[in-house]
Ligand binder design. Structure first.
Ligand SMILES: NC(=O)c1ccc[n+]([C@@H]2O[C@H](COP(=O)([O-])OP(=O)(O)OC[C@H]3O[C@@H](n4cnc5c(N)ncnc54)[C@H](OP(=O)(O)O)[C@@H]3O)[C@@H](O)[C@H]2O)c1
Length: 285
């Protein structure tokens, strides 16, 4: 077995993910680029090898909008016979209009919550004791709420005229934040952090609207660069001083906080976990 301990980065082709990949290669850390587009991932791989010829990098296909792809990815990584020290759940979408994943979930919920939940369930036993799972969340989660019908609506569909992209994205991130708490209890051999990078100038903030060009000129220059936006994520990965789940934020500098009390105490933590388990049960290997 290769004794190097790898960090898995989902969405490594994105703004924050590619910056993290570069920083870890600079540190001599081996990585797995888990990407929806193999073509983009191969480009990133080449760029990283040009900069860091000694870097240890695997490129693997992962599409979080497909539970089959999630399971195939986990199985391929397991067969690599390598040690895993961290899983960075960085990939996400803001779906511009209502659409569903291969498995019938509303896209934001399917990719940002259900796919990540399943990936974490499959990876938790593969990660070395003391390893870390980082879930990328968002400020939008704090303006969102979800109730017991959240998953059923995301599964069965809801009136399309009620679809609001940021609202649905925020809900998916709130669901991920709530499950970060439950994951930290269930997978107690690992450390869990939720990271909110603030508003970062990446493709994620494009609204796919006519005013994008104007926003790019007048708004983007004032946003955080991916080089800054990645910092709380990098800190969460490298800080081994926490055992309970924590939140990392970046507001001018990095802050570490316990999970908000309303998340810690929310009855939705357990309900959401149980519901997700039941809804995925039919498709669990
Ligand atoms: N940017 C911000 O202001 C901001 C604020 C708060 C939180 N965040 C969070 O930070 C994380 C990184 O975002 P970013 O700003 O770097 O966005 P980004 O540049 O748009 O990167 C998103 C990444 O996710 C990948 N992805 C999308 N759908 C996927 C799927 N179905 N399966 C696998 N991968 C998929 C994308 O792949 P492709 O390259 O193939 O598209 C891309 O690599 C996200 O979790 C985001 O929610 C960002």
């Amino acid at each position: 077995m290769n004794e190097k301990r790898y960090t898995v980065i989902t969405g490594a082709t994105g703004g924050i993910g590619s910056e993290l990949a570069r920083m870890l290669c600079a540190d001599g850390e081996p990585i797995i680029l888990a990407c929806r587009s193999i073509c983009k991932a191969n480009e990133l791989h080449c760029t990283l090898l040009e900069q860091f010829p000694e870097a240890k990098i695997y490129v693997e296909k992962l599409d979080l909008s497909s539970l089959t792809s999630v399971r195939e990815f986990a199985a391929r990584v397991e067969s690599l016979d390598i040690k895993i020290k961290a899983l960075v759940n960085n990939a996400a979408v803001i779906a511009p209009c209502f659409s569903t994943t291969e498995d019938g979930w509303e896209q934001n919920v399917g990719v940002n919550y259900v796919g990540v939940w399943e990936l974490t369930r499959l990876f938790a036993p593969l990660i070395d004791k003391g390893g870390v799972v980082v879930n990328m969340v968002s400020l939008t989660a704090s303006f969102s709420n979800i109730d017991i019908d959240f998953l059923c609506h995301a599964r069965m569909g809801f009136p399309i005229e009620k679809f609001k992209r940021l609202k649905q994205y925020g809900r998916s991130k709130l669901a991920l934040l709530l499950s970060t708490k439950e994951m930290s209890v269930r997978y107690s051999h690992l450390r869990f952090a939720a990271v909110d990078p603030g508003i970062v100038s990446t493709s994620m903030i494009s609204m796919n609207r006519w005013y994008d060009t104007l926003a790019d000129i007048f708004f983007r220059p004032f946003l955080k660069t991916p080089q800054k936006g990645v910092l709380p994520l990098y800190r969460a990965l490298n800080d081994d001083s926490y055992s309970r789940a924590v939140v990392y934020l970046y507001k001018g500098k990095c802050f570490k906080r316990p999970l908000p009390k309303d998340i810690e105490r929310s009855p939705m933590v357990a309900k959401l976990w149980d519901q997700t388990t039941i809804l995925l049960q039919n498709s669990i290997r």
